[in-house]
Design a binder for this molecule. Structure first.
Ligand SMILES: Cc1cc2nc3c(=O)[nH]c(=O)nc-3n(C[C@H](O)[C@H](O)[C@H](O)COP(=O)(O)O)c2cc1C
Length: 190
């Protein structure tokens, strides 16, 4: 098997990271891969915001609010546990990247194609990191759709849509995943 094929097939989403930091040079190598993703009409719709301590902390009030909302009807201990877990998801990953894609409300088709291109760019980034022994998890949820988060990170919702947060770091564990067989996903038409 080629190294590229092996890299693609062995990649898994990583949910637990070692504490060791990721060198900026590794990230820059991955951004180099990300910027070479395909995009129709040369729109280059993707943008990556690597969040430092200050940027992450600025999201905490909203993370707390969303955790409380999610835990509605539960006991106080469970609510507090939920808040701590949600905060840890933001503060603990060695690297946290907000990924955005350009928005074009006047052209739905362009926006859909741009989102596809951004997903290609994310996968380039992810596979380049994986090639360097660094794992990632793409995550979405309340904070990707929150006005508060756009303001905190100074991202203009008129120009960009947050399509996810990418957590990255050296894997503490690599999960197994069942995938559909080739027969289930491919058909050769006559
Ligand atoms: C657009 C997108 C959003 C995702 N959002 C989440 C998420 O919010 N939480 C999560 O645990 N995993 C999330 N994932 C990761 C998927 O759960 C994961 O890719 C899937 O379980 C398959 O596992 P694999 O990546 O190891 O092949 C997301 C993946 C994609 C492509």
């Amino acid at each position: 098997m080629s190294r590229v094929q092996d890299n693609i097939i062995s990649r898994r989403s990583i949910y637990r990271f070692e504490e060791s930091p990721v060198e900026m040079a590794c990230l820059e190598t991955a951004f180099e891969a990300a910027r070479h993703a395909p995009c129709h009409k040369q729109t280059h719709p993707w943008k990556f915001y690597v969040l430092g301590k200050e940027a992450r902390s600025s999201m905490i009030p909203e993370v707390e609010r969303l955790a409380v909302e999610k835990a509605a009807g539960k006991g106080e201990n469970e609510v507090q546990e939920g808040i701590q877990k949600a905060i840890s998801k933001i503060l603990s990953p060695p690297v946290l990247i907000a990924v955005t894609s350009a928005v074009t409300p006047e052209d739905d088709f362009r926006e859909m194609e741009d989102y596809a291109a951004t997903a290609c760019s994310v996968q380039n980034l992810v596979l380049s990191l994986w090639d360097q022994g660094i794992g990632t998890q793409w995550s979405t949820g309340g904070i990707t759709r929150s006005d508060f988060v756009y303001k905190a990170l100074e991202i203009s919702p008129v120009k960009e849509k947050i399509v996810g947060f990418l957590k990255a770091g050296y894997p503490a564990a690599i999960p197994q995943r069942e995938k559909k067989s080739i027969a289930e996903i491919r058909e050769y038409l006559p």
